[in-house]
Design a protein around this ligand. Structure first.
Ligand code: NAD
Length: 473
């Protein structure tokens, strides 16, 4: 059994109970780690605060060199990281249409590399006989990063790399369900970074609470559920910490009558079912025009029945298990409730017998807004398909949600789809695709899906404060 070290202030911490991590496909323990406590949070924040003094003073070019070195380090450790991500999340190595652990680690490298290319220069507003006015970008201090279990390494990278690039230091707390790839990343990164610049503490919500309420933390970047995001906002208020919150989503897709159904089915299916539906910006409710409703339902159900579900370490597996028991039970209960409420099961609808949290890929028809399977974030391999008769009604139904992360319009008329995109209440709208994120485009949620954005210069700027320096002549 391999034990994964906790690195804090550049040193391995080995006190704290030893806890295990289970592979959700086999229910077997594959790794152990040391449980963090609030004392570790204090030590980590103190170390990060001390390291900030020198890290912030480095020329930006030196920090970029370190970021590039981190990208190379991730690259040279890719096979190990891919294996660890699959073992802790259950996500297949390749996955449905290439959405799996190879993609997770590959994207982690790509985002790291891209963040190294961004500009963080100051803005010159005026240089006249009267005044010289400059806007200076400065790092904030210690950043607390709290991550979820669904894309553990990639989300850690999305938090840590821009924070470091901008001159901050970081304490990261991964989910105790999937801490392993993050522990390994932090251990590797500490072979390059000065002590204290990147620290990790693993624990439950109480450890997260200790970190997010720590008076020496200047900013929190959190990815997780909306409920936890609200707690964190309260923790942040005591010292008015800056916040980036990437929260839950209940993304709608709208399929217009002119959509090329045969050509979009595979993309629709992947958007809804990749990572077993456990992605914030998965397609979680699909609105289809009545003229093509039966055909879309039938084709998606056929695809769901053909999917290869199993242990992600085996070749050709498209979908793995749900990551944990809580999520498994939630999905089971939502489907049972939907059936009671009148949903028609076109595919799946049941857990898969045997070891592991496996659930049949499920397609539900005859569902409506107001049913919990449509209104709530299912975060599992279940797609409810809702019929609509006119576009205005579809827009209204799509917007009828407290969430506003992503949405998609599927149509052969791109101009019309672009007009509809303006009316959709979400941080991203994709046309003829869904969840197609990229490192230079801002990603974040409206309404209760979050605050602020990640990625590109837009995201990088969330890790600095603006200071106006005016020389009066
Ligand atoms: P979660 O909110 O249960 O946990 C997320 C993290 O918060 C974990 O590390 C957990 O230990 C920690 N935590 C729990 N209570 C805390 C507290 N009081 N203070 C500080 N930290 C605390 O979420 P999850 O179940 O791990 O992840 C699934 C959710 O994440 C889904 O809702 C999904 O949509 C969302 N998500 C959003 C995005 C996005 O970019 N918007 C991306 C991925 C996942």
């Amino acid at each position: 059994m391999r034990h994964f070290s906790t690195v804090l202030n550049g040193s391995i911490i080995s006190d704290g109970s030893i806890l295990s991590v289970v592979n959700p496909a086999t229910s077997e323990i594959f790794a152990t780690y040391n449980q963090g406590r609030s004392e570790h949070v204090d030590l980590a924040v103190e170390a990060a605060d001390e390291a900030f003094k020198t890290w912030k003073a480095l020329p930006d070019t030196e920090r970029v060199e370190k970021i590039n070195a981190l990208a190379s380090l991730l690259e040279s450790n890719m096979p190990e990281l891919i294996q660890l991500v699959t073992q802790e999340t259950g996500k297949p190595i390749n996955g449905l249409n290439g959405v799996g652990s190879i993609m997770e680690v590959g994207a982690s490298i790509a985002w790291t590399q891209y963040t190294g290319t961004l500009s963080l220069s100051n803005d010159l507003l005026e240089d006249s006989d009267a005044a010289h006015v400059e806007v200076v970008r400065q790092p904030l201090g210690v950043v607390a990063s709290i991550t979820p279990w669904n894309w553990p390494l990639m989300i850690a990278i999305w938090h840590v790399i821009p924070a470091l690039r901008a001159g901050n230091t970081v304490v990261i707390k991964p989910s105790p369900l999937t801490p392993i790839s993050t522990l390994r990343f932090v251990e590797l990164a500490n072979t390059i970074l000065p002590p204290g610049v990147l620290n990790v503490v693993v624990g439950e919500g109480d450890v997260g609470q200790a970190l997010t309420s720590h008076p020496k933390v200047s900013k929190i970047v959190f990815t997780g559920s909306t409920a936890t995001g609200k707690h964190i906002m309260q923790s942040a208020s005591s010292s008015l910490k800056r916040l980036t919150l990437e929260l839950g989503g209940n993304d709608a897709g709208i399929v217009l009558p002119d959509a090329d159904v045969d050509n979009i089915i595979e993309k629709l299916f992947t958007a809804a079912f990749h990572n077993n539906g456990q992605t914030c910006a998965c397609l979680k409710r699909l609105y289809v025009h009545e003229s093509i409703y039966d055909k879309v339902c039938q084709l998606l159900a056929e695809r769901a029945k053909s999917v290869k579900v199993g242990n992600g370490l085996e070749e050709d597996i498209e979908l793995g298990p749900l990551q944990n028991e809580l999520q498994f039970n939630k999905v089971k209960q939502l489907v049972e409730q939907a059936v009671q409420d009148g949903a028609r099961v076109l595919a799946g609808g049941q857990p898969i017998e045997g070891v592991g949290y496996f659930y049949q890929p499920t397609v539900l028809a005859d569902v409506t807004n107001g049913m919990s399977i449509v209104d709530e974030e299912q975060f599992g391999p279940v797609l409810p398909i809702i019929k609509f008769s006119n576009v205005d009604q579809a827009i209204e139904l799509a917007n009828d949600s407290p969430y506003g992360l992503g949405a998609s319009i599927w149509s052969s008329d791109v101009n019309q789809a672009q007009q509809i995109a303006q009316l959709i209440e979400s941080g991203s709208v994709w046309i003829n695709d869904h969840g197609a994120i990229q490192p230079n485009a801002p990603f974040g949620g409206l309404k209760q899906s979050g605050l602020g954005v990640e990625f590109g210069e837009y995201g990088l700027h969330e890790y600095v404060s603006l200071k106006t320096v005016k020389v009066c002549k």
